[in-house]
Design a protein around this ligand. Structure first.
Ligand SMILES: Nc1ncnc2c1ncn2[C@@H]1O[C@H](COP(=O)(O)OP(=O)(O)OP(=O)(O)O)[C@@H](O)[C@H]1O
Length: 360
């Protein structure tokens, strides 16, 4: 997969930008708050139809403007594709080769990315939401059905929760709960099965990568800690019904799933040092990249948002070694001086100042 061209119109601090990419590794260099992450965010938006930083699309529109447009040209398996996302104050439109798609799930998956940002270093220690989001983002780009199942599941959870609350004032509503439960089990089971397999698959890669980074001293295991496994969903949901009614919320299901990272038989979230947690996060992201490569039979695009400065030289080297020459990569950094790697000699540099970009 190759991204050849990117253009932005009234997107964040970019009024009108048009850049072509000819090489493989691209560094966006600039001081803080100049618009480096905004560029990676725009690429991410073209891949997943949403920002990795905000759920509010309106924030992406340049201040005092009504509409933002982001467009790219790419090649996927020798096919040229043009993708476009247009955001105005009310709605968002997505277009493939200038034809609008009514379902976002038809759009997602054309451009596939793996993003590694400083917040990913919180993947181990941060809230469970981050770990679920990690699974959802990777799987969503590869499986259209997963995107649909997840959207349906989230809708059912919301409506079931509302119903649980409403039964307090209208007891007769209780009769309809079984219908919601059936749907919850249907979509939830599909999500659990796919996540379970995903974790098994990336564990193989993560284990090897982690072993290499730690010179064989640490062995990494992943545990998909589902609040219930697929076959047990109905039983657990029935058991949880009284509690659900009491608190007006659904306590069982993949929206409560967790992931555990075990290093040398110890839960690294509890016992790991900050450095160990970073190493696990790096191993997991590199495993995600490997998984995407295997699943799509091609390379996804790698977006590295200011993470190099967060890693020590050894981990930085491992990350840059992995990029090699065949993964198209976009890296943001304030400074390249601290980056000691041959890759620098083969990279293209773009200097960013105040939403303006100069190549060279
Ligand atoms: N909707 C918007 N309209 C105009 N400018 C915006 C908008 N949203 C953010 N900005 C501007 O974008 C800039 C931040 O860009 P970005 O997050 O890409 O910074 P960065 O270069 O990655 O910086 P850092 O190295 O600190 O992470 C800020 O100057 C901010 O004011």
């Amino acid at each position: 997969m190759r991204l050849h061209h990117l253009s932005l119109e009234n997107y964040r601090n970019y009024k009108d930008l048009s850049i072509s990419f000819t090489g493989n590794i691209h560094f966006f260099i600039g001081d803080n708050a100049q618009g480096k992450t905004n560029l990676l965010e725009a690429i991410y938006l073209l891949a997943l139809t949403k920002s990795h930083r905000t759920n509010k699309d309106r924030e992406l529109i340049m201040w005092n403007k009504d509409q933002a447009k982001v467009r790219c040209e790419l090649t996927l398996f020798k096919r040229n594709i043009e993708l476009e996302v247009e955001i105005d104050q009310q709605k968002k439109r997505v277009l493939i080769n200038k034809i609008e798609k009514s379902k976002f799930s038809e759009f997602v998956g054309n451009l596939k990315v793996v993003l590694f940002a400083p917040e990913d270093l919180q993947l181990i220690k941060g809230s469970p939401f981050l770990r679920r989001r990690f699974m959802d983002r990777a799987l969503g780009q590869l499986r259209l059905k997963y995107v649909n199942d997840l959207a349906m599941y989230q809708k059912v959870v919301q409506q079931r929760n509302q119903l649980l609350k409403d039964t307090h004032r209208k007891k007769s509503l209780l009769q309809t709960l079984d219908l919601w439960d059936m749907q919850l089990i249907e979509y939830g089971t599909a999500i659990i099965n796919i996540r379970e397999q995903f974790i098994k698959d990336i564990e193989k890669y993560a284990e090897n990568i982690h072993n290499e980074i730690t010179d064989g001293k640490e062995q990494l295991k992943l545990i998909y800690d589902a609040s219930c496994l697929a076959g047990k969903f109905q039983e657990k949901l029935e058991k949880s019904r009284d509690k659900d009614l009491q608190f007006g919320t659904t306590n069982i299901g993949p929206h409560r799933d967790e992931l555990q990272f075990i290093v040398n038989n110890k839960d690294i979230k509890i016992y790991g040092s900050q450095g160990q947690q970073r190493t696990v996060a790096l191993s997991i992201k590199l495993a995600e990249l490997e998984y995407m490569k295997q699943q799509m039979g091609d390379m996804p695009i790698l977006l590295l948002d200011d993470v190099l400065s967060e890693l020590d030289l050894k981990r930085q080297k491992k990350l840059l070694d992995t990029i090699g020459e065949d993964i198209q990569t976009f890296v943001t950094t304030t400074d390249v001086d601290g980056i000691k790697h041959n890759i620098i000699k083969k990279s293209d540099f773009f200097h960013i100042k105040d939403g303006n970009l100069i190549k060279g």
